[in-house]
Write a protein that binds this ligand. Structure first.
Ligand SMILES: C[S@@+](CC[C@H](N)C(=O)[O-])C[C@H]1O[C@@H](n2cnc3c(N)ncnc32)[C@H](O)[C@@H]1O
Length: 270
């Protein structure tokens, strides 16, 4: 960080805004790793353990976020459409031609805000489905349009590493339980709505995680925001590996995951 002296302006007094190459580990325990870093940085991607159990993430949507509450939230980093998020996530599951890197073969992905046709190729998905998160109340989005958005798409898919397995329809038997594709969970409101403009409900994340992993599995979220994926993973007895580029969000994720760890510790000793 910059050294301060009396001649500096308020600008130079701000915290560093860009994470260092390779990121900075803010939190590391048996249950959780949280890195302040850029999900596009190969040195950050290299830190995710190979053969992990679930990719569950909510990247920027490539449309300028408009909360209608400019006093509360800043713009979401990477939300200007300039980043090829399907291409970035391909590196997180392990790119074409690799068989041991990233997500384990035939394990699942959930990606908010993107549809299966955008992700099936880059993420090497066998069976896949579009899920809908019904937010119960009207959410954020383009405030100039009469119909207020109350839902968000989530791509579910089975990551199948070998092209030949995908051609043979490998990974079609994906879900442990066959369920409807609409998931109804109230979007965060009240005090929690002021933490992060795109915070997902922890019970929704727990539902996804519980459906696709077993206890002890590692759940990865390279765009962690306020850490909802990590909170749900820890409370469900899984482990998490989170990356977030915005320092304030990353620190919020640490606080929330630490609180979840305290609960998980209590539950495991009773
Ligand atoms: C839609 S929000 C995720 C919200 C999260 N699901 C929650 O419940 O709080 C997307 C997050 O991705 C982060 N992000 C944007 N670009 C990134 C990058 N290059 N690397 C890592 N995180 C990034 C943003 O700062 C933002 O917090």
């Amino acid at each position: 960080m910059t050294r301060h002296d009396d001649t500096q302006t308020s600008e130079t007094l701000a915290l560093d805004l860009t994470p260092p190459p390779g990121g900075q580990v803010l939190h590391a325990t048996d249950r959780a790793t949280i890195i302040w870093g850029d999900a596009r940085d190969p040195q950050v991607i290299a830190q995710v353990p190979d053969g992990y159990g679930l990719l569950c993430t909510d990247p920027p949507y490539g449309m300028r976020f408009n909360s209608g509450r400019s006093d509360t939230f800043t713009e979401i980093a990477g939300d200007d459409g300039s980043v090829d998020w399907p291409g970035v996530l391909a590196e997180w599951v392990g790119p074409e031609g690799t068989t041991t890197r990233g997500l384990a073969d035939k394990r699942h992905v959930y990606v908010f805000g993107y549809r299966p046709d955008q992700l099936a190729g880059p993420l090497r998905l066998g069976g896949h489905a579009e899920l809908i998160w019904d937010k119960v109340g009207i959410g954020m989005g383009d405030l100039t349009v009469a119909w207020g958005p109350q839902h968000e798409p989530i791509t579910f898919g089975v990551h199948v590493k070998r092209r030949s397995d995908r051609a043979a329809h490998g990974g079609r038997l994906a879900a442990r339980l066959r369920r409807g594709s609409i998931l109804r969970y109230q979007r965060p409101n009240g005090a929690s709505a002021t933490r992060h403009s795109n915070e997902k409900p922890a019970p929704l994340m727990a539902d996804l995680i519980e459906s696709s992993t077993v206890r002890g599995d590692l759940v990865v979220d390279p765009c962690a925001g306020s850490g909802s994926t990590g909170v749900a993973a820890v409370l469900e007895g899984r482990r998490c590996f989170l990356v977030e580029v915005d320092r304030q969000h990353a620190e919020l994720a640490v606080q929330r995951v630490q609180a979840a760890e305290r609960i998980a510790d209590l539950m495991s000793t009773t």
